[in-house]
Write a protein that binds this ligand. Sequence first.
Ligand SMILES: Cc1cc2nc3c(=O)[nH]c(=O)nc-3n(C[C@H](O)[C@H](O)[C@H](O)COP(=O)(O)OP(=O)(O)OC[C@H]3O[C@@H](n4cnc5c(N)ncnc54)[C@H](O)[C@@H]3O)c2cc1C
Length: 387
Amino acid sequence: MHLETDVCIVGGGIMGAATAYTISRMTENRILLLDRYGVGNDYCSSNDINRVFRYAYGSDQYYTKMAIETLGLWTKLEKETNHELLIPTGLLMLEGDDDRANKFNESSFRTLTKLELGAHMYEGPELKEHFPQFQAENAFFDPHGGVLLASKSLKTFASEARNHGVKILKKKVTKFRDKPSLEIETAEGDRVQAKKMVVTVGPWTNAHLKNGLTGITPTRQQLVYLKPSRDPERFKPSSCPVFFTDHHYGLPAAGINGVKISNKELIDPVDPETARRSVDQEQIEQCRDACRRFVPSLAEGEVVQTKVCLYDMTENSDFVIDRDPDHHDIVYGYGFSGHGFKFAPLVGKLLAELVLDLDPSLDLSRFSVQKSERKRQITSGQLGKGE
Ligand SMILES: Cc1cc2nc3c(=O)[nH]c(=O)nc-3n(C[C@H](O)[C@H](O)[C@H](O)COP(=O)(O)OP(=O)(O)OC[C@H]3O[C@@H](n4cnc5c(N)ncnc54)[C@H](O)[C@@H]3O)c2cc1C
């Protein structure tokens, strides 16, 4: 098949879908969105039941400020579509035995307090009184934390984009070149001629990059959903916040009758083509151990679901949102490093601005695609650890 379009977006996870949606709202451009497994497939990183939203980012005000801006965009999308996508619950950061985790929580509290964002510290009895389902000495609270209904959000962006004329096809892009004009080939034998192209293929990114550009490490992450063995009401989003423990994070039973628990520190590099998609018993046991310490009613709970998802980790957990330095018409959005979902509407807006040759509404120097322009180290301890 020979196709012609103004903008071709490769990769229909949340970032590709949000970009297609945004461009379709801003212009009359012809937009084609291609995904090798189809939008909403089980392999992508975006299609899980829920994801964490938070303002808390340690001492890194940059991400906190991005989260503030993104919240407005989620709210706008909810109003426009009449779908609830973000359930406000707050985020409870429980004090534990791990220094690094405690420091991150404390610096998040300090940043949120400095920015007058209403952070709270719960000490001893006050914590027990407000959140009896948790067991810790103290905790910090980010009142802006919440649960994003992830697969519902992906579906919403994609169907809104489709309603605005975006053509969505299940096709695997094998090659693209920008000389003399932008041409894209698919495994199905199609040739697409496009004026502009956006690449949002998450964990599969390395297959499409040339030397000198920032690469990613796909890592295998394991999620466990546990049904509380008592007090199920205390684990609904109306009474249970998102929570962080020393090495795990959890989400209340939203979109499913189980509480999601996952290790936020797993480093298990994989090839996205061959990654094993089943959860190890050892991880389930580690989640139970974390619950024994911090959330006892979950420790013996029935496993209602498990899932493996891949992070696309950059060297420092900062995203890539940039134009190809040699090919102005190619724009990249990847490396969302286990913490990008919450920013999807903003990322969609930024990628749309790049592709439409507008000045980006945010300083994107931190998200350069060029290795030489990226910061060496992140300042806060727990960026990109799955929330
Ligand atoms: C376990 C886990 C927990 C997470 N928790 C959180 C959280 O709580 N909060 C948060 O903010 N973020 C979280 N994240 C991160 C967030 O989910 C990801 O950053 C985000 O989903 C990435 O979206 P994406 O669109 O870039 O990639 P993906 O969703 O992976 O989409 C990429 C798409 O590209 C397609 N594709 C690949 N190659 C090709 C090709 N050659 N041709 C056509 N299509 C192709 C794939 O089929 C896929 O659909 C988590 C991630 C994981 C894995």
